[in-house]
Write a protein that binds this ligand. Structure first.
Ligand code: TXA
Ligand code: MG
Length: 318
């Protein structure tokens, strides 16, 4: 595991490792990804091994331009093109029918493939220099919190598991991309994420639905996902909680009155983007402090507040 600064030369070095079947952890605008050559089934299988996923779960393929999209997607419905032209590069993942070039292991045997163009220069260059699409799940072990900094990766993986990690600092969004699928002329969100339902509706000028059978369509939606080691308790901002000097407390905008071992504020100015960017960050910090119990305040489920609450619920196992 070699930690690299994001210089041109280093990104080229990492790209070469991808070409040679290696594993590279890299920053995206959402969370760090654990990448391998998406067209090489053997390298992709390494990702599953390193991530310790109990079963195969389809991966998102990261591309840097529209030529690569043509390479892996059979066709893109018109409505969906409008959406990606507006939002790419950005934290939106689309699920479309795949071409035969995409190995089965990438899609867990599904006929569809999840694709996105990340809004991060390091990621885009890495894909470009690799000259192949990069399959990458979030760079965390199965059920653990997604990494928003290289330190989070360093503490979870063993030396021999990853060839290079490119340090891009803290990721902008802090929660994963929104996954959408267009079926029978309707848009569905398969996973809530950094782009809100409203943002999508504004672009396509029609209603977007939530897919009900989430567990089947996005198998990664296990109930307990994104979990810190600590027990999580979801509380109300105005709830009176007794002092709990061993516990951590994650507040939305203002500190609680009671005493805790550590208190973190997601966004003093009530900015949901800032809150999203800090959530996993605070989970990691409290995990490092060996905190066993974390109180997290409920957030209004508007805009990306929905995705934030989704992650909090999953982390609590609810
Ligand atoms: O922001 C992100 O999306 C990050 C960064 C690294 O790009 N990646 C990420 O990957 O969150 P991962 O593997 O943690 O989550 C991928 C999700 C899973 O829930 C998986 O089930 C779903 O995408 N998925 C992948 N292919 C799919 C497909 N063909 N149909 C439906 N869901 C799919
Ligand atoms: Mg993940």
């Amino acid at each position: 595991m070699i930690l690299l600064k994001p210089t041109e030369e280093n990104i080229k070095l990492a790209a070469k490792a991808i070409r040679n079947g290696g594993i590279v952890a890299f920053p995206t605008e959402t969370v760090y990804g654990l990448g391998a050559d998406a067209l090489n089934p053997l390298s992709v299988s390494k990702i599953f091994e390193v991530k310790e996923r109990p079963e195969f779960d389809p991966l998102i393929v990261h591309i840097y331009n529209f030529n690569q999209l043509e390479l892996i997607a059979k066709s893109i419905p018109k409505k969906l093109s409008i959406l990606i032209e507006n939002l790419w590069p950005g934290p939106l993942t689309i699920v479309v029918e795949k071409t035969s070039i995409v190995p089965e292991i990438v899609t867990s045997g599904l006929r569809t493939v999840a694709i996105r163009m990340p809004e991060n220069q390091i990621a885009l260059k890495l894909i470009k220099y690799s000259n192949t699409p990069i399959a990458a799940p979030s760079a965390n072990k199965f059920t653990r919190v997604s990494p928003t900094r290289v330190e989070h990766i360093l503490k979870q993986f063993k030396d021999e598991e990853i060839n290079y990690i490119i340090d891009g600092g803290k990721t902008n969004f802090g929660i994963e991309s929104t996954i959408v699928k267009y079926i029978d002329n309707k848009f569905y969100i398969l996973r809530k994420g950094s782009i809100s339902k409203e943002e999508i509706e504004d672009i396509i000028k029609e209603k977007v639905l939530y897919y009900k059978q989430e567990d089947i369509e996005a198998p990664g939606n296990f109930k307990k996902h994104y979990a810190p080691k600590a027990k999580l308790k979801i509380v109300d901002e105005n709830m009176k909680i007794k002092d709990d000097p061993e516990a951590g407390y994650i507040a939305f905008c203002k500190p609680p009155i009671s005493k805790f071992k550590v208190v973190k504020i997601l966004s003093p100015t009530k900015n949901l983007r800032e809150a999203a960017a800090n959530l996993f960050e605070y989970f990691h910090q409290m995990e490092d402090m060996k905190i066993k119990k974390i109180y997290v305040e409920k957030i209004e489920e508007k805009g990306i507040g929905e995705a934030i609450m989704d992650r909090i619920r999953k982390a609590s196992g609810k």
